[in-house]
Write a protein that binds this ligand. Sequence first.
Ligand SMILES: Cc1ncc(COP(=O)(O)O)c(C=O)c1O
Length: 413
Amino acid sequence: MTSSKESTAGANPAAISLAKRAQLLKPSPILMLAARAGEMKAAGKDVISLSIGEPDWGTFDRIKEAAIASIRKGQTKYTPSSGIPELRKAVAAQASADLDMKFDFTEVTVSSGAKFVLFAALQAMVDPGDEVILVAPFWASYTTMVELADGVPRIAICDEDTNFKLTPAILEKAITPKTKVLLLNSPSNPTGLIYTREELAAIAEVLRKYPKIAVISDDIYNRLCFTDKLAPHLLHVAPDLRSRVVILNGASKTYSMTGWRIGWAIGPKAVITAMSNYQSQSVSCASASGQYGALEGVLNCDDDVARTVTVLKDKRDFLVAELSKVPGLKTVVPEGAFYLWVGIKPYLGKKYKGEVIHGSADLCQRLLEDKLVAAVPGVEFGLEGYLRLSYALEKEKGQEAIRRLGALVAEFT
Ligand SMILES: Cc1ncc(COP(=O)(O)O)c(C=O)c1O
């Protein structure tokens, strides 16, 4: 008989048996797809990647200059684990203006990207068995992060019937005595949709009935918004919930600083302190020069961001129109971020080159291998029947990618 230890050792030549936590861990499917597309590109193939959630415009020059100046000044050492006070103060001031309520810098913590900050928040808030409500479609990393905190993801499916948004009725149904956190994301990755003030007010009404439920509001795309300068926020309509809301944001998307790895959270001091302690015992602190760069972004880059949003909106309009030319595809018109959420249901169950295309993963595989376009299957976001296309790329490339998608589905029988 083979014990589980032996079988793990077989898969692991160093004979170190992996912790259960590590066995649970799957690599990010989006990063895997991007890596496969990268390999194909390196092999000389003309691959167009619509897979990764990354701005295609460079980090704004003034941010680069500020970071270089900080290095020249010798600001290259460890920083406090909650971040440099200047950045925490700037973030607190920005959030105070955005939400029309006063935040102190001690209510802010900064670390290595919003992803890690979310990880730290879940570690600080979730006990084993606690449930975290995730609104599907959701950002693919949420589920694993909840599981790594020994929490239980409770998926609230929100399909086209509710315009992919959480409603009071769906929220009520998802709540159990074990619910600890509701994770909200607006503008949403993958749909680009934004909750209106009225929709947020209705969610707040339910939350008031359950005082023990905390909210993590993932606002990473809140400045990449086409409907207004800033996306509406739960705290705009329900300031009374402030003591149980943790806001997540960062420099990656707004200031095109994905590789600099700077993110932050704003919230009640006890949680922020616990997160900073977690950060101090894990990554110590975010990179010093990254923080000085992000500081310039928060303080002085509103005009650059506004220009970016204008360009993105133009691309959105153009590519939504291109997609509408492909029969059978149903595209959600995004109100923010840089993703297109495209319905492909009429094509599922059909045959391509004699093989049945069962789901979005099959379709994406064929799209990549045969038409050289990398897109992310909707199933990775918890909802089957869709593709997510990132449109942070040149218009012409986006147009060509859509032409290839059209050519693929035209071959379905
Ligand atoms: C919804 C959402 N939240 C958080 C993040 C994390 O951003 P970062 O870790 O680059 O700051 C991302 C990145 O793709 C995202 O899409």
